[in-house]
Every structure is written in C-alpha cells, then in structure tokens.
Design a protein around this ligand. Structure first.
Ligand code: PLP
Length: 479
C-alpha cells in the first residue's frame, strides 16, 4: 500500500470505525460461533501474491466481525469495562504510525518525558501523595505505564523480592540467594485476582491467602496473625498485595490497617486497583484510598474504565531505585550521554521495548478534562444504582453483597442452579453478556456497567431481557 491508497483507505477506515461505534447498540453483543469457525472460512496459508485492500477488508466484515464479542456495546456487562474513546483511538493511530520505542530517554526523549508528565497528571488526578510523583529530576518516586495490571503486580513482587534478598544476604553473607528465596513469603486476600497468584508462581515464592471478612475485605488483624505465625516458623514476610475493587465483588481491602502491618514488618505493600482506580478521579470515592501513603507501589488500569484503550496500566512507585536494582542491565548499545540524568523506563519494567502509550493517555486527559472524566465515572455508577434498584424491587432476585461503584452482583433466590441456568441462557441469546462470580459458595451474575454509551433505556432493556429469561426458567423448573 502506497501513500495515495493509504490516504483513501485510511479515511474509509475512520468512517467504518465511527459507524461501528455509533451503531454498536444494534449488534448482538455475544457471537453465536463455535470453536474452529474461522479456520473453516479462511485459507490455510498466507497468499503468495499481494491482495487488494478491498478484498482483505471484505473478510473483516463477513468473517471477523460476526465472531467478535462487542466490548464497547452498552449491553456488554461481562468482566470489567475495556473502554476506548475517540481521543484514545487517535493516540493509538498516531503512536502506531510513529512506532517509536521508548525504552531509554535517548530512544525517544519526548515519548519518555510525556509519559512522566502524563503519569504526574494522572497521579494528581487520583489524589495520590507527592511521594509517588516525579516532578523533580532527583525524585525517587514516579509513574510508569505497564502493559497490564498482572505485569505491574509481577514487577512489584520482583522488586520487593530483590530488596528482601539483598537485606537477607547482608545478614547471611554465606548463604546462596536460591536458599534464601525459600524463606520468603508474601500475602494477599482470598479475593485477590488470579494474577497475584501467578506473580507468586513466577517469582518462586510462597503465597499465603488471608481470609477476607464478611464484606470480602482483607483486614489488618488477620494479616498480622498470619505474619506473626509465619515469622515464628522462620519465614520472612516481604510483600503484601492489597486489592481496591476485587474482581468478584468490587470489595476493598483496608489499606490503612494493612499498611500499618506492612510497615511494622518491613514488607513491601502493593495496591492493585485495576478497575476501581479510575473512580479515584472523583473525590467522593477516595476514602478507599485512606492509607495509600503507606504503600510502596500502586497500579490501576486506565484501559478499563478511563476510556484509554488497551493496553495501559498506570503504576506508581515510591522508590524507583528498587525497580532499577531488579531490572537494570546496561549493555553498551543502550547507554547514552544522558544515562543517569534522565529516566530510562527500560529499568522500570520486564521487556526492553515499549510503545508510546503516553500519547493516548495524554489525549484522553486533555480532551475529556477532569470534569469530563468525573462525569463519565459518575454516570457509570448512577446507571449501576439504577440497575440495583430494579433488581431489589423484584422479589425473585437478591443482591448478596452490597454494590460498589459500577458493578452489581445479583442472583435468583434459591439454588445456585437457577442463576447458572439464567446466565447460560442470557449469554446464548446474545442480547447482553455477563459472567459469573462465586462468594463463599453463592453463585452470582456480575452485571458491570461498562460502556460510556449506556443509557437509562439500555439498562431497562437489559433488565427486561433478564426478567423474560428468568420467567422462562422459573416456569421450566417450578411450572
Ligand atoms: N487485578 C484485578 C483486581 C482485576 O480485576 C484484573 C482484571 O480484571 C486484573 C488484576 C488483571 O488485569 P490485567 O488483565 O490488566 O492483567
């Protein structure tokens, strides 16, 4: 494809995208395809000769689109939001055209500096303490964009592991690191996301799961008890992951209590606020951040609720030297005249290369402004409240855990099997899409308001769909 054709076809693509997003409400949100459907439709090998763009794109419309879940649909209620927005798409377009790699300051000075600036803006917008910002050249703290919350968790665990091993080695200079590793132990709640377990598996460290309280919240006293007992056994607690906004029920661990326990025992505290972090742009939700100054690292996904398209995880650390110690390799081909004087983000992450993701984040922050972002978050919560009220007004349904933010976990009263059947049938019909969760044996449907396009009418339509299917199921079972 040459410049002239690109000018024409890319403009057509922009229209295609705008039409898609404008009319997304009319699409079936969940596809009705079976595994292998695409293999039957596409050739087994790449073409020998160049194909015309129109031929290629015809296959998108005919074969690819029918096999997608439409995540931007107002009837998408599964998982958490994965929102995009026009300024974000523009950032992604420009960044893929420039395709600069921002691993050192020298590899892309503006890419690096814009990331620091955008992360400072975002940190302030969330009300994070200054120790997480990087406003002066010698600030130890700062923000970095990671690919996913899973990666931020792993980065944090590895940095804490390095710190702990260095301290242990000082006390036991004759013992090998591999042996010291066997003494390390870290903690998270029994409600933490599976990515925390995965970080422990990759980090080769033991993980203890702390039983959450009746509100699915990890509390300081339970953590203290576990740590004290592990210390008696000769183990070394080195890292704790607290969750703000759990995946199952958007529950909040008690950050202040946990932070105090971490401080007492010298453990690194990481905060995983993958979904709920976006809500802290609104001051009325910041009470859940109480104690955040006790954390060593904090991460959330603007790629979830903040309308910055995937991938974009915002991570802040208090002491970036802990990341440097963990990830610093310094081959001659990556050194530059300003090494040590400017941020080289390659030392803050696992891979070397990194995309210019700051651009789309910066575009979203500027184009929505603080007021636009707050309006979007508040509207999502309002619509979830509306759905909650509809469920509570119907005697056949219940909400076992209180709603927080934009997610309502609801069920049909009675056996789990009823709600399981309800969800299965809803997803098979494809009008709306949701996924389940289970709280201490109670099966629920998670209904998350995901889309920035959701209206009151969409919520009413989804509720009518749920009531219709529920009626059928209750008739099937009870006659
Ligand atoms: N942490 C929490 C609390 C989550 O809810 C999720 C995903 O929804 C993750 C981590 C994983 O996020 P990612 O896909 O960015 O790794």
């Amino acid at each position: 494809m040459e410049h002239t054709e690109f000018r024409v076809k890319a403009k057509e693509m922009v229209d295609y995208i705008a039409d898609y997003l404008e009319n997304i409400r009319d699409r079936r949100v969940y596809p009705s395809v079976q595994p292998g459907y695409l293999h039957k439709l596409l050739p087994k090998e790449a073409p020998q000769t160049p194909e015309k763009w129109d031929e290629i794109f015809k296959d998108v419309d005919e074969h690819i689109m029918p096999g997608l879940v439409h995540w931007q649909s107002p009837h998408m209620h599964a998982y958490f939001p994965a929102l995009t927005s026009y300024p974000s798409i523009m950032g992604e377009m420009l960044s893929s055209a420039l395709n600069v790699l921002c691993f050192t300051w020298a590899s892309s000075p503006a890419g690096t500096e814009l990331e620091t600036i955008a992360m400072n803006w975002l940190g302030k917008l969330l009300g994070l303490p200054d120790c997480f910002l990087n406003e002066k050249n010698d600030s130890p703290g700062g923000g970095v964009i990671q690919t996913t919350a899973s990666e931020a968790t792993l980065v944090s665990l590895l940095a804490a592991r390095t710190r702990a091993l260095m301290e242990l080695s000082k006390l036991n200079p004759e013992v090998q690191s591999a042996e010291l590793l066997g003494h390390l132990i870290c903690y998270c709640s029994d409600q933490a996301h599976s990515s925390v377990e995965k970080a422990g598996l990759i980090g080769l460290v033991r993980m203890r799961y702390i039983e959450s309280d009746e509100h699915q919240s990890m509390r300081g006293d339970q953590l203290e008890k576990a740590i004290a007992s592990d210390k008696e056994k000769g183990l070394v607690p080195f890292w704790v992951c607290a969750t703000l906004g759990t995946t199952g029920s958007v529950a909040f661990d008690n950050l202040r209590e946990i932070g105090q326990v971490c401080e007492k025992h010298g453990a690194w505290l990481h905060v995983d606020a993958a979904y709920a972090g976006s809500a802290f742009t609104c001051p009325e939700y910041r009470h859940w951040l109480d104690g955040v100054e006790l954390a060593d690292s904090f991460a959330f996904n603007p790629s979830k609720w903040l309308m910055v398209n995937f991938d974009c995880t915002a991570m802040w650390v208090k002491d970036s030297t802990a990341l440097h110690r963990t990830f610093n390799v310094n081959p001659i081909y990556l050194r530059h005249e300003n090494s040590g004087k400017a941020i080289d983000y390659m030392h803050w992450q696992i891979p070397l290369s990194r995309r210019f993701r700051a651009l789309k984040l910066w575009f979203v922050l500027r184009n929505y402004g603080v007021s636009g972002i707050q309006k979007h978050i508040r509207e999502g919560v309002r619509l979830a409240q509306k759905f909650e009220a509809l469920v509570l007004a119907d005697q056949r349904f219940e909400i076992p855990q209180p709603r927080n933010l934009g997610m309502v976990a609801f069920r049909l009263k009675g056996d789990n099997a009823l709600t399981e059947r309800l969800l299965k049938r809803l997803n098979a019909r494809g009008y709306m899409h949701a996924v389940p969760a289970c709280f201490k044996g109670i099966y629920v449907i998670r209904f998350t308001v995901t889309s920035s396009r959701t209206t009151n009418q969409d919520i009413l339509d989804d509720w009518n769909e749920i009531k219709t299917v529920a009626k059928e199921i209750l008739m099937d079972v009870f006659g």
